[in-house]
Design a protein around this ligand. Structure first.
Ligand code: AMP
Ligand code: DBH
Length: 561
């Protein structure tokens, strides 16, 4: 392929793969010139009548899913969504999520994978950063009505041409323009998208989200070619084939249940996907039994809930079909990890991954000690990992260092983020993961901590700076510093230390409410607010978050004992 073709459909603000590297990954067989749309078509041709997707009442075969994707591809095109356009998709685990993203893939439009907890601030930011032409939402979920949110987003983002609702599309009175229903977008049966709309394998397929460490969450461009490699290899490492049944327990748009091997890896392998509407043990473990689920992936706090429910006998579902329980997104303690096999009767697979690329897995055949005490090894032979010190020099073998990585599927840069990219990548193209790890002599990685300014709240990532900025918007707040505090269940929760302006007064509940009312995902609202007179400082005068973390950990101790 020529360098011109390498660039594919050029999207401004994407750092392209250097042509020589792209050539290398092709020559080594990592990139095989596939696209998502083509992959689904191939599976549908191979086994049209095999069940592909189970979600609530919906049970679709590969043939049906393929035809539905085509009808939505044509439908989105007809309302004006063009190849290369960005579409923010915010749906829970419903069948529509799958047909919509494949519909968009087929016309080379890029889903932006918002998560169900995101609210106005996040969605507006995604729409603006991506200059999205459409925002797809679902049905009401308890007290939360996505249509109310969408109407607010429409007001804040003038360029947003369409709000598409997979569900009741009646438009709220304060909306600027009428919403459209997914049903009205869908083209008649038999419709097929134009061949020239189809993307190239080297094109960016979608924008994934970064947990981030900056004021605004960054968008991550992933191409068809490299992401399809991750699916193929993940399915292999996880032992998922056409006989397997993968259940998305976490929201399917998240990179872990999307791709490690996730729903996309399951489709790639021609296996069946089950979407769990809720991760609670009754629903999720019930679905494992009812649908014969063989593998699913969850975060550590959820693993604790499942282990406790089964051990206590409050959940008695038959879990004999479950072969692999993946746990990732945050550090799983060895103590909890040890309980998985005896309690659930399946193999634990630790997964240490990131939406930026690199994914490490423990092997299904690894000895129990390795499974329980490490986060596995990178999935690709040509993944490079390096633990470095503050000067980017490699640390001694087995010492803790900051993890750098590069390889056949780790991005070259965030979307439209030149300034941030200069810090997040080294001049030699290594991605700075911000994770502190030990790399064992056998190549296994053990995650020991973090040197990025982020809180990992049971797998939900919170950029300290983002929350600090919202606190600083309060008229009584002079300064704010958000740090992690230990939590026996979530691993970490957030504590905001706040210095008030002289003479001003504000109490913790008011500050928490203020952040919530700024339209932020609930998990980012500080769990605790501590009002202090001043912050501890480092020698160079910076706020010492290390001291603040120690301070709050100390304050929590008496309550624990
Ligand atoms: P993101 O960049 O938002 O996709 O989040 C990826 C980050 O989640 C990693 O860089 C780690 O900090 C964290 N993470 C994911 N899996 C694990 C794991 N198994 N153990 C510890 N941290 C993890
Ligand atoms: O936390 C993550 O982002 C994550 C965890 C496990 C991930 O992106 C993945 C596997 O692919």
């Amino acid at each position: 392929m020529s360098p011109e073709q390498d660039a594919g459909r050029v999207l401004d603000g994407v750092v392209p793969w250097p042509p020589a590297l792209a050539e290398r990954w092709r020559a080594l067989g990592y990139w095989r010139g596939e696209t998502f749309g083509g992959m689904l078509r191939d599976r549908a041709i191979d086994h049209p009548d095999r069940l592909a997707l189970v979600a609530g009442e919906d049970r679709w075969t590969y043939g049906e899913l393929d035809a539905r994707a085509d009808r939505l591809a044509v439908g989105f095109r007809s309302i004006g969504v063009a190849p290369g356009d960005r579409v923010v998709v915010q749906l829970g685990n419903v069948a529509a999520f799958v047909e919509i993203v494949f519909g968009l893939f087929r016309i080379g439009a890029l889903p932006v994978f918002a998560l169900p907890p995101h609210r106005r601030t996040e969605i507006v930011s995604f729409c603006e950063q991506a200059e999205a032409v459409a925002y797809v939402i679902g049905a009401r979920d308890g007290a939360f009505d996505p249509r109310t949110l969408a109407a607010e987003v429409q007001r804040d983002v003038p360029g947003l041409a369409h709000v598409v609702v997979a569900g009741d599309a009646s438009t709220p009175p304060h909306a600027l323009r009428p919403f459209v229903s997914l049903e009205s977008v869908r083209a008649p049966a038999g419709a097929t998208p134009a061949a020239e709309d189809a993307p190239q394998p080297s094109d960016v397929a979608f924008l994934q989200l970064s947990g981030g460490s900056t004021g605004v969450p960054k968008l991550i461009p992933r191409t068809h070619d490299e992401y399809l490699y991750t699916l193929r290899r993940s399915a292999e490492v996880c032992g998922l084939d056409g006989e397997g049944v993968y259940m998305a327990t976490l929201p399917a748009a998240h990179n872990f249940p999307l791709s490690s091997p996730g729903i996309m890896g399951a489709f790639h392998a021609g296996s069946r996907v089950v979407l769990a509407p809720s991760p609670d043990p009754d629903t999720a473990l019930g679905l494992i039994a009812a649908e014969g689920v063989t593998i699913t992936g969850i975060v550590p706090p959820l693993a604790l809930v499942w282990l406790d429910a089964v051990e206590a006998g409050t959940s008695t579902h038959d879990l004999s079909s479950l072969r692999v329980l993946q746990v990732g997104g945050a550090k799983f303690s060895a103590e909890a990890a040890r309980r998985v096999r005896p309690v659930l009767g399946c193999t634990l697979q630790q997964v240490f991954g990131m939406a930026e690329g690199l994914v490490c897995y423990t092997g299904l055949d690894d000895d129990e000690e390795t499974i329980v005490t490490t986060q596995g090894r990178p999935m690709a032979e040509h993944d490079e990992i390096l633990a470095v010190d503050d000067d980017d020099e490699p640390v001694a073998d087995g010492d803790v260092g900051s993890l750098l990585t590069r390889g056949p599927y780790t991005i070259q840069g965030y979307y439209r983020a030149d300034e941030h990219n200069a810090r997040a990548f080294t001049p030699d193209g290594w991605y700075r993961t911000g994770d502190l790890v030990r790399i064992r002599r056998d190549g296994r990685v053990v995650v020991e901590g973090r040197d990025k300014d982020q809180i990992n709240r049971g797998g939900e990532k919170i950029a300290a700076e983002e929350v600090e900025n919202h606190l600083l918007a309060h008229p009584a707040v002079h300064d704010a510093a958000v740090v992690a505090m230990p939590d026996p269940y979530l691993g970490e929760r957030t504590c905001a230390f706040v210095v008030l302006r002289e003479g001003a007064s504000a109490r913790a509940p008011e500050l928490r409410r203020f952040v919530r009312e700024r339209g932020l995902a609930e998990f980012k609202v500080p769990d605790r607010v501590e009002l202090v007179d001043a912050f501890p400082r480092t020698n160079v005068g910076k706020v010492s978050k290390k001291d603040l973390r120690a301070d709050i950990a100390r304050r929590l101790e008496p309550a624990d004992t």
